[in-house]
Write a protein that binds this ligand. Structure first.
Ligand SMILES: Cc1cc2nc3c(=O)[nH]c(=O)nc-3n(C[C@H](O)[C@H](O)[C@H](O)COP(=O)(O)OP(=O)(O)OC[C@H]3O[C@@H](n4cnc5c(N)ncnc54)[C@H](O)[C@@H]3O)c2cc1C
Length: 302
C-alpha cells in the first residue's frame, strides 16, 4: 500500500472501492467461477493434515481439493478448524502476535457542498501529538482518543453525491484491546454516540468548519460493528499489529516456516503482506498461483 501511494500515486475509482470488487467478481464469473453471497462457512474440514472441504452454516458440505480462506488466521485457528488438526507451530505463532488497531467510523451525508462548508481537502489526518508513541498510548481508551482520519470523497470524485451535498467519513483507531471493555448492551448506544459526537467536534475544531447542523444522514460503526459484520476479532480493521517482531520484513521472511495444513491457503490483510486493500488483492493472486503450482507439482508437470 505504502509503495503504491508513494511510487504510483493514489487513485480513486469512479465507482469507488466497491467497483473494484464488482469488477473482479464479474471477471471471475465470466471465467466460470461461482460466488455465493450471504453464505457463512462454519468449518474448514481437514482430513489427515489436508484441507478437503468446508461446512456451511446451513449444514451443507462442499468438498474440494483446496481451500483459500479470506477469513482471518485468527478465525481459522480459533473456530473454523478443529483444534486437533492445527499444527502446534501455527497455534504458537497466533499466540505470539497482537491484533492491530480497532476501527470506529462515522459516515456522514451533509446537505451542503464541500466548497460551501469549507472542506477543501480530500484527506485530513488529525492527531493530538506528532509523538507516535504518546499518540498510541492515548488511543488505548475512549477518553484519551482524539485522533482521526477524515475523507471527503467529493474532493476526489465531485459527483459522488447529489449537487449541493457532500459525503464525509471519519475513522478513529483504538490501540490495545480494552477501550470498549466497560460496554454493556445497556450503555452501548450512548457510548457510541458520545464518542461520535466528540469526533464531529474534533473535526470542526481542527478544520475551522461547521458541519454538525448540516448532517442529513449519519451511520456509526464501532469496533463491535466490525466484529459483528466481518467477524473481525475484537473489531480490528487492520489484521495483526505490524510492528516489532511481526513487521512486514519478518512476516515475509518467516512465512514459509513451520508445519502447515496442506492445501489450505490464506488471502487477506492478516498475512505476509500486511493490511490494506492492495495486499488483499496481491495475496489473493499469490494464493491462487500457489494452488496452481501445487496442482502441477502433484500431477508431476515440470
Ligand atoms: C473505515 C476503513 C477505512 C479503511 N481505509 C483504507 C485505506 O484507505 N486504504 C487501505 O489500503 N485500506 C484501508 N482499510 C483497510 C482495508 O479495508 C482492509 O485492510 C481490507 O479490507 C482487509 O481485507 P481482507 O480481505 O483481509 O478482510 P475483509 O475485507 O474483512 O474481508 C473478509 C471477508 O470475509 C468474510 N468472512 C469472515 N468470516 C467468514 C466465514 N466464516 N464465512 C464466510 N465469510 C466470512 C467477512 O464477512 C468479510 O467479507 C480501511 C478499513 C476501514 C474499516
Amino acid at each position: 500500500m505504502f509503495k503504491s501511494y508513494i511510487i504510483d500515486g493514489p487513485v480513486i475509482p469512479k465507482t469507488r472501492s466497491h467497483g473494484i470488487s464488482s469488477a473482479i467478481l464479474e471477471r471471475f464469473e465470466e471465467l466460470g467461477g461461482e460466488a455465493w453471497m450471504s453464505t457463512t462457512v462454519k468449518k474448514i474440514i481437514v482430513r489427515d493434515g489436508t484441507a478437503c472441504g468446508v461446512e456451511l452454516d446451513n449444514g451443507d458440505i462442499v468438498d474440494c481439493d483446496y481451500v483459500i480462506s479470506n477469513s482471518s488466521p485468527y478465525n481459522m485457528y480459533t473456530k473454523l478448524i478443529d483444534g486437533r488438526n492445527i499444527p502446534k507451530y501455527q497455534i504458537k505463532k497466533l499466540n505470539s502476535v497482537k491484533l492491530a488497531p480497532k476501527g470506529f467510523s462515522l459516515f456522514l451525508g451533509l446537505d451542503k457542498s464541500a466548497e460551501e462548508l469549507g472542506i477543501k481537502n480530500h484527506s485530513y489526518f488529525i492527531y493530538d501529538t506528532a509523538d507516535t508513541a504518546k499518540q498510541s498510548q492515548l488511543t488505548r481508551s475512549r477518553a484519551g482518543n482524539n485522533m482521526q482520519a477524515a475523507v471527503c470523497l467529493n474532493n476526489g470524485l465531485p459527483d459522488c453525491s447529489p449537487e449541493g451535498t457532500c459525503i464525509l467519513y471519519i475513522t478513529a483507531l483504538f490501540t490495545g484491546d480494552n477501550a470498549w471493555d466497560d460496554i454493556t448492551e445497556e450503555n452501548y448506544v450512548a457510548a457510541k454516540r458520545e464518542f461520535a459526537d466528540r469526533m464531529i467536534s474534533n473535526f470542526e475544531k481542527a478544520t475551522g468548519t461547521k458541519i454538525r447542523e448540516h448532517i442529513e444522514e449519519i451511520e456509526i460503526a464501532s469496533p463491535v460493528t466490525y466484529a459483528r459484520y466481518l467477524d473481525a476479532p475484537n473489531g480490528t480493521i487492520y489484521g495483526f499489529e505490524n510492528t516489532g517482531s511481526y513487521g512486514i520484513v519478518s512476516r515475509v521472511a518467516t512465512d514459509a516456516m513451520g508445519k502447515k495444513i496442506n492445501h489450505l491457503y490464506y488471502a487477506g490483510g492478516y498475512g505476509s503482506k500486511s493490511l490494506g486493500y492492495s495486499p488483499s488483492y496481491t495475496t489473493g493472486y499469490e494464493a491462487a498461483a500457489a494452488v496452481l503450482k501445487n496442482i502441477e507439482k502433484e500431477a508431476g508437470v515440470k
